[in-house]
Design a protein around this ligand. Structure first.
Ligand SMILES: O=C(O)C1=C[C@@H](OP(=O)(O)O)[C@@H](O)[C@H](O)C1
Ligand SMILES: C=C(OP(=O)(O)O)C(=O)O
Length: 424
């Protein structure tokens, strides 16, 4: 994909539906009694992988006029798939689905693409084993493919070593099939979409700081979900709006759940002119419209409690930091090393090619003011967030930027390039 520089960006727009919420709506819809409809579902490859996995387990899921309908099978109604479940590039699908599979009365294998096979799975294998699951890494390397033979699970009190909503949600989903309460304690609170949505479906989840407790329910009940725009996708337009010379854009109906809104706070602390208005609640999720205007940014420090609230936005925050006076320090973010790519290494190497003054550290990055980026040939490493962040850098750079393997944006943001080139 070729990105040409531009000075202005204006207008009102929407971004596609939230990826985390879309995955969860399919999973809970499949386990509920009755028919769930989902509006605003993210038709990205990751969420389509979740749909395919559940269809393979006998769940009728239709997409018509952009509305997804899920015929729930109830907690005990999934069928053994006739072949292995393929999650593609989606860590969320693999980790959450494993929690469900651990309690079924069948065995199966769950796998995905080359990137997923490098990502750490011990973080879910360990708690699931403690719950009595039969789960093994087929190549004995704590990575996918995983073989899971459903069994009777016990409740658990688990101190998670990582702040990960995927780990927390995996255990929460497994605990739907146990008797007694389960408690999961995280070092720092991660996104809480599973807690919110489970309660909307009739589950019993209580949160107390970094701990959540699940209580057993006999069944989940189908509901209608409207998925807000994904703040992780809005992030590219927020940063573009701040760093381009003449920008004024409004992004409507974006999810601003306080466990996800770190990017707004950080960009505001960097002197970004961002207004959040028209706040409302949809299916228990806080939603708002966001106006962004060109700003002279200044450097900041981003560390521990904030990191889970903006983990997927760090690549594009690194781009913003190039345009911020002074230095931006990002630390406590070693989780970036185990995403679709090692996002510290990939962002540092590709932004360096564009003349950014950026260094990687073990758990983050140090970025010095380097606003005169130069377009270059850069590589996405098949990582959607890297591709889109480099596109934003390309808009603000001098000369042409060519992003290789840019198709991966379809993972979380189909039509990203059409939107970014189409907006006036
Ligand atoms: O639960 C989720 O929907 C997600 C949680 C985060 O991962 P971790 O749980 O590994 O932090 C995030 O990076 C991912 O894009 C989506
Ligand atoms: C890390 C991501 O997703 P997942 O873990 O679901 O692959 C992401 O979307 O940036």
């Amino acid at each position: 994909m070729i990105i040409k520089p531009r000075k202005s960006l204006s207008g009102t727009m929407k971004v596609p539906g939230d990826k985390s919420i879309s995955h969860r709506a399919i999973m809970l819809g499949a386990l509920a009694e009755g028919t769930t409809t989902i509006k605003g579902f993210l038709m990205g490859e990751d969420c389509l992988s979740t749909i395919t996995c559940f269809q393979k387990m006998g769940v009728h899921i239709d997409i018509e006029d952009a509305i997804v309908t899920v015929e729930g099978k109830g907690l005990r109604g999934l069928k053994k798939p006739t072949s292995e479940l393929d999650v593609g590039n989606s860590g969320t699908t693999l980790r959450l689905l494993s929690g469900i599979l651990a309690a079924q009365d069948f065995e199966c294998t769950i796998t995905g693409d080359d990137s997923i096979k490098t990502r750490p799975m011990k973080r879910i294998i360990e708690p699931l084993l403690k719950m009595g699951a039969h789960i093994t890494s087929i190549n004995d390397n704590d990575r996918a493919p995983l073989y899971i033979k459903g069994s009777t699970l016990q409740n658990i009190t688990y101190h998670s070593p990582v702040a990960s909503a995927q780990v927390k949600s995996c255990i929460m989903l497994a605990s739907l099939f146990t008797e007694g309460q389960s408690t999961i304690i995280e070092p720092v609170r991660s996104r809480n979409h599973s807690e919110i949505m489970l309660n909307v479906f009739g589950g019993h989840i209580e949160a107390d700081g970094c701990a959540i407790t699940t209580s057993p329910v006999d069944q989940l009940s189908a509901t209608d979900i409207i998925v807000p725009g994904d703040i992780s996708s809005a992030a590219y337009f927020m940063v573009a709006g701040l760093i381009l010379e003449d920008a004024d854009i409004t992004i409507e109906q974006v999810g601003i759940n306080p466990t996800r809104d770190g990017i707004i706070h950080v960009l505001q602390a960097m002197n970004g002119n961002i207004t959040v208005f028209n706040k409302r609640i949809m299916n228990g999720e806080l939603v708002a419209d966001i106006r962004v205007q060109s700003s002279q940014l200044k450097g900041t420090i981003i560390d521990k409690p904030l990191i889970p609230t903006l983990i997927d936005e760090i690549p594009v925050i690194a781009v913003a930091a190039c345009f911020a006076e002074g230095t931006t320090l990002i630390k406590d973010a070693s989780e970036l090393r185990v995403k679709e790519s090692d996002r510290i290494a990939t962002m540092v190497s590709e932004l360096t090619k564009m003349h950014a003054d950026i260094q990687g550290t073990e758990d983050g990055m140090i970025i010095h003011h380097s606003p005169h980026l130069i377009g270059n040939d850069v590589e996405s490493y098949h990582d959607h967030r890297v591709a889109m962040s480099l596109a934003v850098a390309g808009l603000a750079a001098k000369g042409i930027t060519t992003i290789h393997h840019s198709d991966c944006v379809d993972i979380s943001f189909p039509h990203f390039f059409k939107l970014i080139n189409g907006i006036s």
